[in-house]
Design a binder for this molecule. Structure first.
Ligand code: URA
Length: 261
């Protein structure tokens, strides 16, 4: 698929995002012991140490070699972005963070208040939950890449609007094409629907791989949803089941977690 059709795909998806943007910033929730057990960190093992000879499962558009951009170039091209009205109200643009050669990329929805202050994705409470998921997978945050469907915080954490997504989506695509991950995890309804151009609820999208221009993409619940679920261990196990599929696809060990009832 060419760059033009990739853009068309994203533009076609713009109508699909109108599900709620899960808000971050929930604090003070203690988890049920069973839920907490799922998120016990597993001994971290550098992904690089466990790689099979790199399989190129990724065929994200056969961009000519000269079109392969670095993340730095994409960031530079964004500049002090005012392509949509979020530019006027944001504090810091949140580009993304992590390993530019990550095998695994997490795509969230959009920056919240903490991220807007720091200019980094997933640094608030939802970020702490995401860190726990990553550790439970036996990985370290630095070895994956984390970004969002939109790069600037919508005022009062409202849902991003169509024109804002339209302005921002091409940059997410360019980031994904630059990183060429082997697997993408879309966190929450908004990210999954935006990236896949779907109107399906996350409960229907999650649990199976979807094709994103040749890259397997696993939608799962947003970390904020886990925070909101009040420590209900079922939702933790659901996310864990999705993440075990991701680990298996990456041919990484799946840490044992015991399901105490
Ligand atoms: N929620 C998101 O989806 N992204 C962030 O960066 C923070 C919270």
């Amino acid at each position: 698929m060419g760059t033009h059709s990739v853009k068309s795909h994203l533009l076609a998806s713009l109508g699909a995002y109108l599900q709620e943007l899960q808000e971050s910033g929930i604090d003070g929730l203690s988890l049920e012991p069973a839920a907490a057990a799922i998120l016990e960190p597993s001994p971290a093992q550098p992904v690089s140490a466990q790689l099979e000879p790199q399989q190129d499962v990724r065929q994200p558009d056969s961009a000519p070699a000269e079109k392969q951009e670095t993340l730095e170039q994409i960031r530079k091209n964004l500049g002090d972005c005012q392509r949509c009205k979020l530019g006027a109200t944001r504090n810091k643009l949140v580009f993304g963070a992590g390993n530019p050669k990550a095998r695994l990329v997490f795509v969230g929805e959009g920056p919240g208040a903490d991220e807007d202050q720091k200019g980094e994705p997933f640094v608030g409470d939802a970020g702490k939950m995401l860190n726990r998921i990553i550790s439970a997978m036996g990985l370290q945050r630095e070895e994956v890449y984390i970004c969002n469907a939109v790069k600037c915080r919508p005022p009062q954490n409202r849902n991003p609007e169509k024109d804002e997504i339209a302005a921002c989506s091409p940059f997410l695509l360019r980031q994904l094409h630059s990183i060429k991950p082997e697997v993408i995890v879309a966190l929450g309804t908004f990210a999954a629907q935006t990236v896949l151009g779907s109107k399906e609820p996350i409960s229907r999208l999650r649990g199976k791989f979807h094709d994103f221009h040749g890259v397997p993409l696993m939608p799962t619940y947003h970390p904020s949803y886990l925070l909101r679920s009040g420590g209900n261990s079922d939702s933790f196990w659901t996310v864990w089941d999705d993440m075990t599929q991701v680990l298996r696809l990456l041919k990484l060990p799946v840490p044992e977690k015991s399901r105490k009832k």
